[in-house]
Design a protein around this ligand. Structure first.
Ligand code: ADP
Ligand code: ZN
Length: 678
């Protein structure tokens, strides 16, 4: 079968996502491949489909047991023979995997990297006929990355031992990591490389200046009540405090951080994966283990540490392609804290420089004057038009010429020896009559009191934006005193102007309208479909999205399929899921469901279904012959299905399928139908 047919029949998708088809073709052709695709881009399909097409077993190396188990269950749900060998298996599960392997039925074998260190694994894999190695989260071979897994270094050896093609997948884009993957997995020989765009158009991007951060998060969650979300916080204690506040406000919420017992963490991961509408308030420790496709929103209560971290964290939302929203809060304290973290780290100086650069890129995004996405994608080297789907596209920023106040501020910084923080500098600019100013003689400076045209609050925003534009940096050696950077020189010298945002100076008020995924008319149906999904998921002990994901339910609510055929055309409804759940969801939409012959049910949504229905109608007219007096006769459903599928071109063909007697009665009429259809 071709990839496109399998895509439709097994997975129920009409079309490949961007990039998938090229990758699938390369992997099917047996090339070594490296595919870099954003989270949610649909990487798994790029090795699952080839695994079905190619002879032999595909072994999938994946770093997290929970992820593997979910993928295996997802595959089994669509009727694919897959299994996992992990330390989390029960003996029965392991036995079942072996039985399927020995019987030559298994197509995908998931393995944890730790298994590779056990003796005899390559021999075992060769014996069971492994013909392809797929490596998920391939950036785990990178020693620089925070996801480094020493056992990933054995994958290169395994590839050499088995001498089969290897397909590596990751969402990490930077060039250093790519080079490390090529070196460690492919012995330095560049594989066919696919770099897919980094745009995640279904994710709405928004930033806001911290005003009353807890209130801002509560308001954001309130507008999205009942939808699964993550709130990322900078500290462990904050995760607990915000989770408690959310619970008090009537949400189902729990906290998660690296200081919790492993069991407690797993409990939260499990609940999040399974429950619909849970909010997890977490530090970045809540990360790679999360493979929930239907996270509807991600909020940052504190600024992430870099633009890459930001992209990865918001990227956990909306992997199913349905609308998702994000909000990132930031303030001057965040900027100071992140700088300090970098300066105090033990990394070598070049690394710290690079880290400052990555933080600057994120701050640039915070203080952006136009489309956030354009800014973000430009960082990843992609050009794009304004997206129409971010806060600045929704409502353009108000800007003003900030050159004068910025020069005043820089002058105050320099004249006080680059030793003071924003608080003290602002009092100088405002000309405040304070002891600590007089004692140091700062009331004698030419900048004393020159900034009275701006309020204290406005000055705070100006300093924050100056830090955001990396014009001044807190100097760790001087207890956070602000130092001027080289970037500021042209402005100070009068060679460059700078625009600042006026609107973030005023308190940022986020809209509080209730957000829904579908229009008002479709919302009740979507809720009913979700309730059905929850019931089925609970009965089967599966996460809800394994039954159908959110985008599939949204499409059902909008298109309202009336028949099983129409149901089969909904994206995400493949043959097996149609058979298992089609009726259940159809009955939510239309009430009673018409009972179809099992042979006809199998055809639902395919081109031959229509033909079958026409043949059935024609046959009914001829049940007693063309003059209505003959002996009653009808073809079986299987016979009709054969005619519809094989489409014989002439009477001879029909006779072979139906036999003389039936061909005589129905042949001419059936041929008419077939000719008209072709
Ligand atoms: P990744 O591993 O790249 O983060 P996944 O492989 O988990 O992403 O896929 C994300 C989601 O996209 C899944 O819910 C998957 O079912 C869905 N998906 C993948 N390919 C397609 C496609 N061609 N059409 C529609 N949905 C798809
Ligand atoms: Zn935009």
């Amino acid at each position: 079968m071709t990839a496109a047919t399998l895509l439709r029949d097994v997975f129920g998708f009409d079309a490949f996502r961007p990039g998938q088809e090229d990758i699938v073709n390369a992997v099917v052709a047996g090339q070594n491949t490296l595919a870099i695709m954003p989270t949610g881009g649909g990487k798994s399909l790029c090795f699952q489909l080839p695994a079905l097409i190619r002879e032999g077993v595909t072994v999938v190396i994946s770093p997290l047991i929970a992820l593997m188990r979910d993928q295996v269950r997802g595959l089994q749900e669509v009727g694919v023979e897959a299994g996992a060998l992990t330390s989390g298996n029960t003996q029965e599960e392991t036995d079942a995997v072996w039985a399927a392997l020995e019987a030559g039925r298994l197509k995908l074998l998931y393995m944890a990297p730790e298994r590779l260190s056990a003796g005899g694994v390559p021999q075992m894999l060769r014996r069971i006929g492994v013909s392809l190695i797929a490596v998920d989260e391939a950036h785990c071979v990178s020693q620089w990355g925070h996801d480094f897994r020493p056992d990933y270094l054995r994958i290169g050896e395994l590839r050499r031992a088995l001498d089969v093609p290897l397909a590596a997948f990751t969402a990490t884009a930077d060039a250093e990591t790519q080079a490390e993957i090529v070196e460690k997995l492919f012995d330095g020989v560049a594989p066919s490389t696919f770099l897919r765009g980094f745009d995640r158009p279904n994710i709405h991007l928004a930033f806001a200046v911290k005003d009353q951060p807890r209130q801002q998060i509560l308001a954001y969650a309130a507008a999205r009540k009942g939808q699964s979300g993550i709130v990322y916080c900078g500290t462990r204690s904050k995760t607990e405090a915000i989770a408690a506040a959310l619970r008090e406000a009537g949400h189902v919420a729990c906290h998660y951080h690296g200081g919790m017992e492993a069991d407690d963490r797993r409990l939260v991961e499990g609940r999040f994966q399974r429950e619909d509408g849970l909010i997890v308030v977490a530090t970045v420790a809540f990360g790679m283990g999360i493979d929930k496709p239907d996270i509807r929103w991600v909020a940052h209560a504190d600024l992430p540490k870099s633009i890459e971290a930001y992209y990865q964290e918001i990227g956990r939302a909306g992997r199913d392609g349905a609308p998702a929203e994000t909000l990132t809060l930031f303030g001057p304290d965040d900027i100071r804290y992140r700088r300090q973290q970098i300066d105090e780290s033990l990394a070598p100086p070049e690394r710290r420089m690079a880290d400052h650069g990555r933080l600057n890129a994120l701050l640039g995004l915070c203080e952006a004057l136009a489309c956030r996405r354009q800014n973000l994608l430009a960082y990843f080297g992609e050009e794009s038009d304004p997206c129409g789907h971010c806060d600045l596209c929704d409502k353009p920023a108000e800007v003003f010429d900030g050159t004068t106040p910025v020069r005043m501020a820089l002058s105050a910084v320099l004249r006080t020896g680059e030793t003071y923080g924003a608080g003290h500098l602002i009092e100088i600019l405002l000309g405040s009559d304070l002891d600590r100013i007089r004692e140091r003689g700062h009331d004698q400076l030419p900048t004393f009191g020159v900034g009275k045209d701006w309020s204290r609050r406005e000055w705070q925003a100006i300093f924050r934006q100056m830090m955001g534009h990396d014009l001044v940096r807190p100097d760790p050696e001087r207890h956070g005193g602000l130092r001027m950077t080289d970037r500021a020189r042209p402005i100070l010298r009068g060679e460059e102007d700078i625009s600042l945002r006026a609107d973030t100076i005023k308190a940022a008020k986020t809209g509080n309208r209730i957000k829904t995924l579908v229009s008002e008319e479709d919302a009740p149906l979507l809720s009913a479909l979700k309730a059905k999904r929850r019931a089925l998921a609970e009965a089967a002990g599966l996460p809800a999205y394994i039954i159908y994901n959110d985008s599939t339910l949204i499409e059902m609510a909008q298109k309202r399929p009336q028949t099983l055929d129409e149901m089969a055309k909904i994206s995400g409804v493949g043959a097996k899921k149609l058979a298992n759940y089609g009726d259940a969801f159809l009955s939510v939409i239309v009430g009673e469901v018409e009972k179809l012959h099992p042979v006809r049910r199998k055809m639902a949504g395919r081109s031959e279904a229509d033909l079958y229905d026409q043949l059935l109608a024609v046959q009914a007219d001829l049940a007693r012959g063309s003059d209505g007096t003959g002996k009653p006769m009808t073809c079986t459903a299987t016979m009709l299905a054969k005619v519809a599928q094989l489409r014989p071109a002439d009477m001879g063909g029909l006779q072979r399928l139906l036999g003389e007697r039936y061909a005589e009665r129905f042949g001419a009429a059936f041929l008419d139908v077939l000719h008209q259809a072709s």
